[in-house]
Design a protein around this ligand. Structure first.
Ligand SMILES: Cc1ncc(COP(=O)(O)O)c(C=O)c1O
Length: 349
């Protein structure tokens, strides 16, 4: 794989977007030799975005650089965000706010029926508190528009108190600013693949809000790199997720002032690992948690990365000649927040 032709002018637009630099790191891209040997199919590799250096890392660090870039440009002193109780995005927004000397209000949505002490108080929730975020609750985790409206209401109250809030909006009606972090990551990944002469045949990544999946796909296609990118659905089925990804791709094109290079046929989704639903690990995800730990000492969480890795393993099994790159998008604190699911993966092989 070689990047051909001139670098697309959209990357110049990207370079001048407001960006708060939360990390200067190029994350590791490593072979998973033991897991590959165990599975006996395609060679498996991992991109370690779980090691991005901010409060236990994860894909959202790259996305937040662009949201906080906008917040800084707007001279905001307070950032607001909404997410599930054990949201990694929320935790990292609270962390980024501290680094940039801002305050953070987080709204925790009831998206998962889990009343365990760990879910309510450990993992990301513990870190939200440690990072000193102001915590709000929202009862209906499926009401994306309602959660957004409630956050706006809190922002309005803050304005009334003389604060300058910036709201991170994640709904489909809003520009997919966070995706820009993964358009940029595509450059990093392609450079790593080229410098190590690694001819990856497929990338596999968790597809939740779709910001990571779409950003990466968009960036690769802008670079004229046609590696297939499979998004493993972690929140919605493939039909719903497909329209989300195409809408995000159009949104990124608008943000960068370029044509959309993502064709419908580029959007590859696998929703076989979604059941029993968001925040709940099925048998394949539990097995992926165990295999990652036992063969690679790699920690994957039950909500996002275990499902994505289960997808990568499944594809690898039937693809003896393939070379699959799994994007480890983080979620490390959720290992503790979802201790019940993790314990279920701690059975003897
Ligand atoms: C650890 C982890 N991986 C993957 C995802 C999915 O990323 P995206 O929302 O960009 O699709 C998330 C989303 O919160 C996450 O926290």
């Amino acid at each position: 794989m070689m990047v051909t032709g001139d670098i697309h002018p959209a990357f110049e637009s990207l370079a001048i977007k407001p960006r708060a630099h939360l990390t200067e790191t190029v994350t590791l891209l490593q072979p998973m030799t033991n897991l590959t040997e165990q599975i006996g199919g395609a060679a498996l590799f991992v991109k370690r975005d779980d090691l991005l250096p901010l409060a236990m890392g994860g894909n959202k660090v790259r996305q937040l650089e662009y949201y906080f870039g906008e917040a800084l440009a707007a001279k905001a002193d307070t950032v607001l965000i909404t997410g599930a109780v054990q949201s990694n995005f929320v935790r990292l927004a609270a962390a980024a706010a501290r680094k940039l000397k801002m305050h953070c209000h987080v709204q925790l949505e009831e998206r998962v029926a889990n009343d365990s002490r760990e879910y309510r108080h450990s993992g990301n929730v513990l870190l939200d508190r440690l990072l000193g975020a102001t915590i709000h609750s929202f009862a209906d985790g499926e009401d994306e528009a309602g959660a957004d409206a409630n956050l706006e209401q809190i922002a309005e109250e803050l304005r009334g108190e003389g604060k300058t809030p910036y709201v991170i909006h994640l709904g489909v009606g809003h520009p997919p600013v966070g995706s820009l972090g993964y358009v940029d990551a595509a450059i990093e990944i392609v450079a790593q693949l080229e410098s190590s002469c690694l001819d990856i045949s497929r990338i596999v990544v968790a597809s939740g809000s779709g910001a990571t999946h779409t950003g990466l796909l968009f960036g690769l296609r802008l670079l004229n790199v046609d590696i297939p990118v499979t998004g493993v659905c972690v929140r919605r089925d493939a039909t719903q997720q497909r329209s989300r990804i195409s809408s995000h791709a159009r949104g990124i094109a608008q943000l960068l002032g370029c044509d959309n290079p993502v064709a419908d046929s580029d959007i590859l989704l696998d929703d076989r690992f979604l059941a029993p639903g968001y925040g709940k690990a099925g048998a394949a995800a539990r097995q992926a948690i165990q295999m990652a730990a036992h063969h690679e000492a790699l920690l994957v969480d039950p909500v996002y990365t275990a499902k994505a890795l289960a997808g990568a393993i499944d594809i690898a099994k039937d693809d003896a000649n393939g070379r699959i790159l799994f994007i480890h998008t983080g979620g490390t604190p959720a290992v503790f927040g979802y201790a019940d699911a993790m314990l279920e993966a701690c059975v003897d092989e």
